[in-house]
Design a protein around this ligand. Structure first.
Ligand SMILES: Nc1nc2c(ncn2[C@@H]2O[C@H](COP(=O)(O)OP(=O)(O)O)[C@@H](O)[C@H]2O)c(=O)[nH]1
Ligand SMILES: [Mg+2]
Length: 448
């Protein structure tokens, strides 16, 4: 436990109906009691006036005490709710400091929760994901993470490896005939099970990471096929200017959109065509850059027009990217086949009427996730750091299995088992460096 008591304004700055100042540490209730001149009781709400050191009333407040270990940090936690706005919260915060609290660092409450053993590191990181989630899916995965949906399978895998390690270590330490044959442990079986569980987690990781981090998609095509109309349709608002004049969009335009729970950055681009217009030429250059930065290309063609040489040129420009081919304006023409453009089959839509847009959303999401949709009861890694640790663990188990198959001395196996356990410990946080902890918690807001 820590000696100092930390304090921070836990609500967003600005005008609001209430602000909350949070304290954690063994002086938390003492500091609050000094400020309000009343005794606090555990798990009770106390209404009071907060007074400064001269006895002047600063604000009316509602104070809650949650005594450790039944609190967010496992320490005594006090939450003081005052009127919203800049001044009351700041004044109360200052009073907390003058009565002996220290300003909390970003994420320090959650860090204490982790260091005091209430949550593991993966759960602490899930807290940040909850705060930052911008789609329902992202939130669902993050809340699952906090509830231990990642920690549980990892703990399970660790349990199997520990059992194998304990058995092998006993075999090394004691002569063979002393090891209880009743307790014979199926090492290859345990390792198989552990690896299978690892593979399941790793398989879903890329999709999980996309749900959390989002993905960039560039909308490309020749002028006037309806790229800007499509952007507006996907956003559900008239963000980009749409006109019948070819070359209306001259610069790239970026907007965030939620496509089936995946946070997308959609980039509308200037139409690609051979042009002598100097402004349009710069626009076309920017389009090429946008394509190279995107993970997904939404290639729009006009179903009401014959395929042009510009279309073919674009098709060859984007064929090495992940492409969704979109035949737009299907309200005025039945799209013919565009297979021969060599970028896959098309999705027929009308940006004007909205026909086919739901299909398109499904297709965009499916391609973004490489066909890996995560069902709501599945555990999913959403954090690249966790994926690396799982892969490291898996590589060590692979080596351990090879040593077993070659009947190498048990030491060879135990070294890799220990290394695999270490890698898994980086996820749950048993063995992490101070630097990594700082790195993770510095991304939190103050007061969290
Ligand atoms: N009939 C029809 N017209 C469309 C559709 N999508 C866009 N347009 C029209 O096509 C023209 C060019 O659209 P715009 O979105 O600016 O195309 P961009 O140059 O590719 O960005 C405008 O007059 C739009 O109203 C569609 O699905 N059906
Ligand atoms: Mg446009």
């Amino acid at each position: 436990m820590y000696q100092d008591t930390i304090a921070a304004i836990a609500t967003a700055v600005g005008e609001g109906s209430i602000s909350v100042i949070r304290l954690s540490g063994n002086q938390a209730s003492h500091i609050a009691e000094k400020m309000i001149g009343k005794k606090l009781r555990d798990r009770r709400i106390t209404f009071a006036q907060a007074r400064d050191t001269n006895g002047e009333v600063v604000d009316e407040v509602v104070v809650a005490l949650m005594k450790g270990p039944h609190s967010y940090t496992k320490e005594d936690v006090v939450e003081i709710s005052c009127h919203g706005g800049h001044l009351p919260a700041q004044k109360i915060m200052k009073l907390c400091l003058s009565f002996g609290a220290r300003q909390a660092n970003p994420g320090e409450f959650t860090l204490r929760s982790f260091l005091n053993g209430r949550i593991d590191l993966a759960q602490a990181e899930a807290v940040l994901d909850i705060v930052q989630a911008n789609t329902n899916e992202g939130l669902r995965l993050a809340v699952g993470g906090l509830a231990g949906r990642l920690s549980e399978p990892v703990k399970d895998i660790k349990g199997k490896l520990l059992l194998a390690l304990a058995y092998l270590t006993a075999k090394i330490d004691f002569p063979e005939d002393e090891v209880d044959t009743q307790a014979e442990v199926d090492i290859p079986g345990l390792l198989d099970e552990a690896r299978q569980a690892l593979h399941e987690l790793i398989e879903n990781a890329d999709a999980g990471i996309i749900y959390r981090q989002g993905i960039r998609a560039a909308i490309v095509g020749r002028p006037n096929v309806g790229k800007s109309s499509l952007l507006n349709r996907l956003l559900g608002s008239d963000r980009a200017i749409v006109t019948p004049i070819a070359g209306t969009t001259r610069d790239t335009l970026e907007e965030s959109a939620n496509v089936n729970g995946i946070p997308f950055v959609l980039v509308d681009t200037a139409g690609i065509r051979e042009t002598l217009d100097p402004i349009e030429t710069v626009g076309v250059e920017r389009t090429r850059k946008a394509i190279s930065q995107a993970s997904l290309v939404l290639f729009v063609v006009d179903a009401s027009q014959p395929v042009s040489s510009d279309d073919m040129k674009i098709a060859s420009d984007v064929k090495d990217f992940k492409v969704v081919l979109i035949a737009n304006k299907c309200d005025i023409a039945k799209p013919s086949s565009f297979e021969w453009l060599g970028v896959g089959s098309h999705v027929a839509v009308s940006a004007l009427t909205g026909v086919g847009i739901e299909n398109l959303r499904d297709e965009i999401a499916r391609r973004a996730l490489n066909g890996k949709l995560i069902s709501s009861d599945q555990a999913a890694i959403t954090n690249p750091r966790h994926k690396v640790s799982l892969e490291t663990a898996d590589a060590h188990l692979d080596a351990a299995q090879i040593s077993l198959a070659k009947a190498m001395p048990d030491d060879f196996v135990t070294i890799d088992l220990k290394a695999a356990l270490n890698a898994l410990g980086e996820i749950t946080g048993e063995n992490v460096s101070e630097e990594l902890l700082n790195e993770i918690f510095s991304r939190f807001c103050v007061g969290k």
